[in-house]
Design a protein around this ligand. Structure first.
Ligand code: URA
Length: 427
């Protein structure tokens, strides 16, 4: 087989067969196929696409590029959740302890942020002393003892995705449905939970910009899952404005802790409760409404927050007196009207400029910086009202550019947070 012929075949829009795909993944992981040839192939996939069978074969080759976790020593149904990436997305930090407080086991391997979307591991690392590098045994033991664990994937899991994802990030080949589907599903299948819920973010601050593509991606994700006898549910959620109020690692942990104590922002809690309801209703075989009531109760009675504290202390973190150590500037509105847009992508990029994320893999993160919104889409604002607070250290952003992220109108815009849920076929 010859990599140049394979690149050319895809460039012409032809379907690659299973052997060709496995030859590429194996060769790239072993370093036989260099970055420049892999980049050319990724770009051809971006422009020409892949059929479902190519995507399935790609997922399978990536999945077998590393170990598959053995979760058989965990009692009961194990669930996992993944987001395609958004701005201010701290859902996992609330959802996982909420589910664990209802005796549902959550075994989650999370990633770091790359580009302008944040990653759960970076958020957790903003908690002093928090250990994000559990061994496989520690991970399983923690799920067995307290019902949940969140860690970085071990270096042995989905080796192909780690290498390919960095290359995609550097070559503008992230936004491709087959590449996103194979990247997510190879990782999730390697993590091996029984039920997987994927939050497919849709909008300006997401990889997927419209509902049609989100539906297509969801079907790829669920059909790949069915092939491996895994139940995959997809929920399509709005990413046209940041989720919740805070964007930035420590700020998001603080917001998640507030939400766990019953003070969550409306859109954030809608996403949390919707995903929780899907999982609880599936595990307990009850209706979505009953499942939702159980989750609301465990936020209100403090059980979910207590579970969060137990989880943080199991991974050595210290949340006592957690606060941001940075300078703060308050931004006031220079207009009056309803806010009808807060550009999530621009806010994400500005937060990145403050140092909250990595522009390249080697960058270090400033965990204390970020943006805390005081207003959301649909709020009425008078000139002089506080729009947001910007937490910064050595890097500043232009206040007028920040104000430009907000668009106003004289009428209130209705926005939906949840666009829909797509359920896999019963297995
Ligand atoms: N999340 C992933 O894990 N992979 C992608 O390709 C996109 C989002």
């Amino acid at each position: 087989m010859n990599i140049k012929e394979i690149i050319n075949k895809k460039r012409l829009g032809c379907e690659l067969d299973r052997n060709e795909i496995s030859y590429v993944i194996d060769g790239y992981v072993k370093g036989i196929i260099p970055d420049y040839q892999m980049s050319a192939l990724l770009m051809a996939i971006c422009t020409r696409g892949m059929t479902f069978f190519e995507t399935l074969n790609l997922t399978d080759s990536m999945l077998h590029s590393g170990d598959i976790l053995d979760l058989s020593s965990i009692d009961g149904i194990v669930v996992d959740k993944h987001s395609t990436g958004g701005i201010g997305d701290k859902v996992t930090l609330i959802l996982a302890p909420l589910l664990a407080s209802l005796d549902i086991k959550v075994a989650k391997m999370s990633g770091r942020g790359l580009g302008y979307t944040g990653g759960t591991i970076d958020k957790l690392e903003s908690i002093p002393n928090f250990n994000v590098n559990l061994t496989e045994q520690e991970f399983i033991d923690e799920v067995n003892s307290i019902g949940m664990a969140i860690t970085s994937p071990t270096t042995k899991i989905d080796v192909a995705d780690k290498k390919i994802y960095s290359l995609r990030d550097a070559t503008s080949t992230v936004e491709s449905i087959p590449l996103i589907a194979s990247s997510i599903m190879s990782k999730k299948l390697a993590s091996n939970a029984d039920i997987i819920v994927i939050d497919v973010k849709v909008g300006t601050g997401a990889l997927i910009k419209n509902k049609k593509d989100a539906i297509k991606l969801s079907h790829y994700l669920m059909d790949i899952g069915s092939h491996y006898n895994k139940k995959v549910f997809c929920i399509l959620t709005n990413m046209n404005q940041p989720l919740g109020y805070n964007i930035g690692n420590k700020l998001e942990v603080i917001e998640a802790m507030d939400a766990l104590q019953g003070n969550g922002c409306k859109d954030l809690m809608e996403v949390v409760y919707s995903i929780a309801s899907i999982i609880i209703s599936e595990v307990r075989n009850i209706s979505l409404d009953e499942a939702c009531n159980l989750s609301i109760a465990n936020i209100n009675n403090g059980s979910a927050y207590n579970k969060f504290k137990e989880f943080v202390s199991s991974q050595n973190g210290d949340i006592n007196n957690i606060k941001t150590n940075s300078k703060v500037v308050t931004v006031f509105s220079n207009k009056t009207g309803y806010i009808n847009e807060i550009d999530a992508e621009k806010i994400g990029k500005l937060t990145l400029e403050l140092g909250a994320g990595r522009i390249s893999k080697e960058d270090t993160i400033d965990y204390d910086v970020g943006i805390s919104l005081n207003k959301k889409v649909g709020d009425y604002v008078k000139e002089g009202d506080i729009l947001a607070r910007i937490y910064y250290n050595d890097k500043e952003i232009d206040i007028n550019t920040f104000r430009g992220c907000f668009k106003y109108s004289q009428e209130k815009n209705k926005v939906d947070t949840i666009y829909g849920m797509i359920k896999c076929k019963d297995m």
